[in-house]
Design a protein around this ligand. Sequence first.
Ligand SMILES: NC(=O)NCCC[C@H](N)C(=O)O
Length: 312
Amino acid sequence: MTRHFLRDDDLSPAEQREVLELALAFRDDRYIRTPLAGPRAVAVIFDKPTLRTQVSFCAGIAEMGGFPLVVDGNLAQIGTRESITDTARVLGRQVAAVVWRTGAQVRIEEMAAGAGVPVVNALTDEFHPCQILADLATVALHRGGVGALAGLTLAYVGDGANNMAHSYVLGGATAGLHVRIGCPEGFRPDERVVADARRIAASTGGSVTVVPTLAEAVTGADVVATDTWVSMGQEAEATARETPFVPFRLDEAALALAAPDALVLHCLPAYRGKEITAGVLDGPQSVAWDEAEFRLHAQKALLAFLLDARRP
Ligand SMILES: NC(=O)NCCC[C@H](N)C(=O)O
């Protein structure tokens, strides 16, 4: 059966652990698995800006023996020049897997339905599951392994309605984390995603709570995360998207509420002085640079898992 990674809960808790263990192993030895040797091509398509995601997928695919075929979404115009379904059928006959950064989640669902090869979500408006794998692997590295994740409290503050928040909710629940989202009213996560995550959390021992203040989210947390207040595609609303989030800025006073050794995550790009202060992002508790490195290891682990899962 062809496996896809369109949202965080496409991996079961056991599968997520397997991928995270492999991500840590790839950190120690970049060439332990080369499932794309041949080389086989992987299409890596971007309908939105990218730096980390493009570099980490391309470097990772190359390190696994494959060929990263970057497709500029502006040229391909998927869904406009050609239907998503027709594009999926064409790509599936030519490449080993499809990695796509696009807008609405339904677009990547349509791609997965027609491709016949693994499809990976490299960020949509709704989810950013590859980033959460990198985040979880980073926390595991600093907290004594994948087995140490369950039971930790992760606080995310800022835009609770964006892709990162949704993926923290789902992927965090899968890992058995207690996920606390601190966000303004009007920027809360999708209730359906929260409900799905709570169902998962019931089996992993995790939990999901959405709270209206930064302090309620961050106090005592083991991990504190934030993200831009203006996600890609929301640039026109940038001014309106500032005032409601100011009380949710991750600054030194906010971090002082967390556990004394709390780790700070930021998926980057970061806007110092907006959602996070320079002192926190560049400070001793920040693991944002390990997190950026783990995009590479985690995505290699994911691709290796998905490509293996296809073998009878
Ligand atoms: N490291 C990344 O891939 N960054 C993701 C940026 C997430 C942000 N919420 C956005 O959608 O623009």
